[in-house]
Design a protein around this ligand. Structure first.
Ligand code: ADP
Length: 311
């Protein structure tokens, strides 16, 4: 079986343990947890028993090794993670407001993850990669964008597929290189996994239906719109499916979209039809929100089947 791969930030997350708890006052914190959207994605792929690998950079420090050991334990090939002596592993500090919204303090742009560049990408690093996943959150420097373009070119050149979770922030679109990069990635995207509010940001269309048509015209083959507690919608040419979210108690939404995307992509890669892939993806999103910690809610098929079999 060929590999699913991704590339990008590998971080630790440290979180306030209580809703409404501020980081300005002393209080108990939880973590460090292994994190970073691409790292969560690839961990979920490996938990489903599929060959999985990630290209990225960490510092030669406890936070870096915590991530490598965790990913290895779950079955991820970490041989393309560079351990740098010259930079520290990135971090994110998270607090939860009383209304459930989250605030983040990121230390990423000066971290080892920011050192990622085209030199880390090669045909050898992407050997046996038949599916490459791009996380929009990773595109925070021009060097990284160039590295991502190089990876896409190599994977497409060897007949592989590309999926893309845009994770767009509106302010990013004001940077013309960023708009150009999004356009480039969309041109090569087979499976697009946007959140509901992102669909209209990706094109100039007036509404979601128009945006979906424009995205198909660009060559995207399948679009799965993630709608949080409202579930998800699937679009392919001439097909539309709606799946309601499973009823679970949401403790921590971090990582749900990454687990969802990884499960959908893995299921499609395993030859499952869109309907079955959506059911599993929806269940893996639901399992992720039930657990505190970004990567703590990844799941295997046995756990997904158990949730889906629930009356
Ligand atoms: P993203 O953060 O990438 O926008 P979402 O928050 O939409 O991702 O979550 C991804 C998927 O996880 C959803 O489409 C849904 O299937 C599932 N999910 C998210 N939140 C919940 C919830 N509160 N209850 C049940 N399932 C959920």
């Amino acid at each position: 079986m060929e590999k699913i791969m991704t590339m990008g930030e590998i971080l630790v997350e440290i979180m306030a343990t209580r809703r409404g708890q501020s980081l300005r006052a002393p209080g108990s914190l939880a973590g460090p947890y292994a994190s970073g959207a691409p790292a969560i994605f690839i961990d979920q792929v490996a938990r489903l028993g599929h060959p999985a690998a990630i290209i990225g950079c960490v510092g030669d420090d406890d936070f870096g090794w915590l991530n490598i050991e965790r990913l290895q334990r779950d079955g991820v090939d970490t041989s393309a993670i560079s351990v740098l002596k010259t930079a520290v592993t990135g971090s994110a500090f998270v607090t939860y407001r009383l209304d459930g919204e989250r605030d983040f303090i990121f230390n990423i742009t000066n971290s080892a993850s920011a050192q990622l560049q085209p030199a880390h990408v090669s045909a050898a690093a992407l050997k046996d990669c038949s599916h490459f996943h791009v996380m929009g959150s990773s595109l925070f420097s021009f060097r990284i964008i160039d590295a991502m373009k190089k990876a896409i070119e190599i994977v497409k050149g060897q007949g592989g597929m590309v999926s893309f979770d845009p994770n767009i922030r509106k302010e990013m679109l004001r940077i013309c290189e960023m708009r150009e990069a999004l356009g480039y990635i969309l041109e090569f995207t087979d499976i697009l996994l946007p959140s509901g509010h992102e669909v209209s940001l990706l094109t100039d269309a007036a509404d979601e239906a128009g945006a979906i048509d424009e995205l198909f015209a660009k060559g995207v083959k399948e679009i799965v719109v993630k709608r949080g507690p409202q579930g998800c919608s699937y679009f392919a040419r001439g097909a539309r499916l709606e799946v309601a979210a499973l009823a679970v108690e949401e403790l921590d939404p971090t990582g749900a979209g990454d687990c969802f995307g990884a499960t959908f992509v893995t299921c499609r890669h395993l030859g499952k039809g869109p309907e079955e892939a959506l059911r599993y993806a929806n269940a893996s999103g639901a399992l992720a929100v039930r657990v505190k910690g970004p990567m703590e809610g990844t799941s295997d098929f046995e756990q997904l089947d158990a949730l889906l079999a629930r009356p």
